[in-house]
Design a protein. Structure first.
Length: 137
């Protein structure tokens, strides 16, 4: 099987809290390789494409507003089984119950907002990874 790529985002909360370095360090210590990395202030159009699967959900508008609140760091990451591996490093969606040891479990919390701010995004399948990498790079 060829080596995989995935899209990782350090979301605006991660960048604003100065956690980009900590998150990159965890990714590097795990052994994955950075292929490309950039600071991006995405347009609404780009975010609508990225989060198309969530359109109509109660957290959709708050999610887009949050993602437009500041820059994100977009990362093209590579390694065997990196899609699954980064999702494991990130932890589950809700930072309150995400396992300690994960990025979301160690560094995230609930802020009482309409959308969970959980520091990172990682593609959830090969199809999503291909689609999302073409949106951000
Ligand atoms: P993930 O980022 O773990 O793949 P997702 O794709 O289901 O999660 O949702 C995208 C983002 O939307 C997620 O990172 C945080 C937010 N979110 C998801 N479900 C939510 C909910 N029930 N309430 C508030 N925010 C939510
Ligand atoms: Mg998702």
């Amino acid at each position: 099987m060829p080596t995989e790529e995935t899209l990782v985002l350090v979301k605006p909360d991660g960048v604003a809290r100065g956690l980009t370095g900590e998150i990159l360090a965890r990714i590097e210590r795990k052994g994955y390789s950075l292929v490309d990395l950039r600071l991006v202030e995405p347009s609404r159009e780009r975010l609508e494409k990225h989060y198309a699967e969530h359109e109509g959900k109660p957290f959709y508008e708050p999610l887009l507003e949050f993602m437009m609140s500041g820059p994100s760091v977009a990362i093209r990451l590579t390694g065997d089984r990196v899609i699954e591996g980064f999702r494991s490093l990130a932890g589950t969606t809700d930072p309150t119950s995400a396992a300690p040891g994960t990025i979301r479990g160690d560094l995230g919390r609930d802020w009482g907002l309409k959308v969970q701010q959980n520091l990172v995004h990682g593609s959830d399948s090969q199809e999503s990874a291909e689609r999302e990498l073409s949106i951000w790079f």
